[in-house]
Design a protein around this ligand. Structure first.
Ligand SMILES: Cc1ncc(COP(=O)(O)O)c(C=O)c1O
Length: 362
């Protein structure tokens, strides 16, 4: 018998969450961001559920090839553009739109031989300080691109650094507007947080929601996924495989980090960090057992975690354990509730789902 662990990808939830993005986008077109193998879900597994998107945004060229291989003829945007000159050949062959964030990419375009001019998204660094032209350099870059026969249409984009936080988008938006004033072309600004929290000012022509499509609140814990009407798209579930009875003073797991203060019943669960469960999740991280919320005790090990079953006398070997996502009887454990105590974000947990976990589309 295989280990009981599996991950489920929920098509209904993906389609629902994309619908939430569209409903908030004020008429803007919607890129479904599917980089990092659709945030760990698998591009091939999410594709059908996200077909109603206006385009797919990603960054690996191999992922772009996979999207085209699935028969998608609409827009595909490379969020970091070409990494080397010959990438432009694939852009021409697969009709990829691509970001231009530095001079070298313009040089490669100028030298590129193509019969089909390409659509590019010129990126402004409005304050994130990762990719993009400085405001003072943007117009020269725009003029260079606009003059190239290899370029069809120049659109404009930027990326917010604190759309989910107190900083908001206003300062970067003001810089973007000043830097691009009077330049023609469509604009794309908003990630999930900007779309949910600042759509009136940031929706522009194309929005780029990622994490919200995968059912996590970008501004958790200020808001929950349920607050934004987002549903879990990935469930990680397994079973209790053994039980332990602890006396007061007994410890659990490596390093003896948890000591029972009273008699406890402990379930040993077939999931560990080699499955993608975060090793940093401390004692007290929530789990569902048969749909009831309880918590981990002791350290996460490679293949197992231990959970408190003291208040769940009916639970035993074979009980269903939901690490995150949908449990039995309409129970839900939002992935954000696991990410928070583990001092990480839902993005990381979903992307880290290990290859050894069998995945099923539900
Ligand atoms: C340029 C760009 N746009 C959009 C997104 C989607 O962001 P999120 O998943 O927070 O919605 C990302 C992801 O980091 C990104 O890098």
């Amino acid at each position: 018998m295989p280990r009981p662990i599996e991950a489920l990808i929920h098509h209904d939830a993906l389609a629902h969450n994309l619908g939430v993005a569209r409903a908030r986008a004020l008429g803007a077109r919607v890129w479904a961001v599917v980089k990092a193998n659709a945030y760990g879900h698998g591009i091939e597994r999410v594709f059908d559920a996200l077909r109603s998107a206006d385009g797919f945004a990603l960054l690996d060229l191999t992922e772009a090839e996979r999207v085209r291989g699935l028969g998608w003829r609409g827009p595909v945007l490379l969020l970091e553009g070409a990494f080397e000159a010959r990438d432009l050949e694939l852009c021409s062959r697969l009709h990829l739109w691509h970001t231009v964030h530095n001079e070298a990419q313009i040089d490669w375009l100028a030298a590129h031989k193509t019969e089909t001019p390409q659509r590019v998204f010129l990126k402004l660094n409005s304050g994130m300080n990762r990719l993009g032209f400085a405001p003072a350099a943007l117009r020269t870059a725009w003029a260079r691109l606009n003059a190239l026969p290899q370029v069809d249409e120049v659109s404009l984009m930027t990326h917010f650094s604190d759309a989910d936080g107190a900083g908001g988008v206003a300062a970067q938006l003001a810089r973007f507007e000043r830097a691009t004033e009077g330049l023609p072309g469509e604009r794309s600004l908003a990630n999930s947080a900007a779309l949910l929290r600042h759509a009136e000012t940031a929706a522009a022509d194309w929005v780029r929601p990622g994490i919200m499509v995968y059912g996590s609140a970008p501004d958790h814990p200020q808001h929950t996924a349920a607050h934004w009407n987002l549903r879990p798209t990935m469930t990680l579930r397994t079973q209790v495989i053994a039980l332990q009875q602890l006396a007061p003073g007994d410890t659990v797991g490596y390093g003896n980090t948890f000591t029972a203060a009273h008699a406890m019943r402990i379930g040993v669960v077939a999931c560990g960090y080699a499955d993608g469960y975060p090793r940093h999740a401390p004692s007290g991280t929530p789990v569902l057992v048969d749909g009831q919320r309880t918590q981990t005790v002791g350290r996460v090990s490679m293949d197992m975690i231990t959970v408190d079953l003291t208040a769940l006398p009916q639970a035993g070997v074979g009980s269903e354990v939901t690490l995150w996502g949908r449990g039995p009887s309409d129970s839900v454990l939002p992935v954000d509730d696991v990410a928070l105590p583990a001092q990480t974000v839902a993005y990381e947990l979903m992307c880290a789902l290990a290859p050894r976990v069998p995945v099923r589309v539900d």
